[in-house]
Design a protein around this ligand. Structure first.
Ligand code: HQG
Length: 180
């Protein structure tokens, strides 16, 4: 088990559970759940066992995956690009301010159109400045945007929170954004 690189395995699972289950003919249900037994039998790139899967889910730095209550199914908590998946999260009231980490080079476009979900299902927001900083720096010089989330909620926008504390919203018009 020690010889498996858990970060690489986690990336492979994200690829399968968020983007390309068909790469190994894996079936996801409408809420993104895959049967653990099916996953174990179809993943060939790693010597995946139930024990190793438990370790990945438990130790993943962003808690990217969840098991169903009975432990028989697994899904990615957020970040899907698959069109036919709906996590069926309940809308909840957001805090006053949420953060979005982006890169300086995207700002001209964000100023023109607001924050868009791009290839994912939602715009991803966080309560953590450290998370926003590291998410933004994946794309260049990072910039943290403050979103008037409670005001958006009052204006009728729906917010969701994933099992791993990522906040989701469909779109953020530029009028709710402050650069800080
Ligand atoms: C930017 C990670 C131009 C947006 C993190 C971002 C997150 C625009 C990029 C999760 C734009 C999309 C998501 C517009 C948004 N014009 N650029 N109108 N609107 N953008 O990766 O939020 O490691 O799809 O600012 O923790 O960076 O995958 O989204 O820079 O939760 O588990 O377009 O990914 O989690 O990039 O990251 P992404 P994101 P995981």
């Amino acid at each position: 088990m020690n010889s498996v690189n858990l970060v690489n395995l986690s990336k492979h699972l994200s690829f399968l559970l968020r983007h390309r289950p068909e790469a190994i003919s894996l079936t996801l249900d409408a809420q993104g759940w895959a049967a653990v037994d099916e996953l174990l039998s179809k993943v060939t790139a790693y010597p995946l066992t139930r024990e190793l899967l438990d370790v990945v889910v438990e130790t993943n730095d962003k808690q990217r995956f969840s098991f169903s209550e009975d432990g028989r199914f697994i899904r990615a908590n957020q970040g899907h690009s698959l069109q036919n998946i709906d996590l069926a999260l309940e809308p909840i009231v957001p805090p006053e301010i949420l953060l979005h980490g982006t890169a300086v080079r995207f700002m001209a476009s964000i100023t023109a159109t607001g924050l868009s979900k791009m290839k994912r299902h939602h715009v991803h927001l966080t309560e953590s400045r450290a998370v926003a900083q590291s998410v933004g720096s994946r794309y260049g010089q990072p910039l943290i945007l403050e979103i008037a989330a409670r005001q958006m909620h009052q204006d009728g926008y729906l917010f969701y929170k994933t099992a791993n504390n990522v906040w989701l919203v469909e779109h953020v018009p530029f009028s709710y954004i402050e650069t800080k």
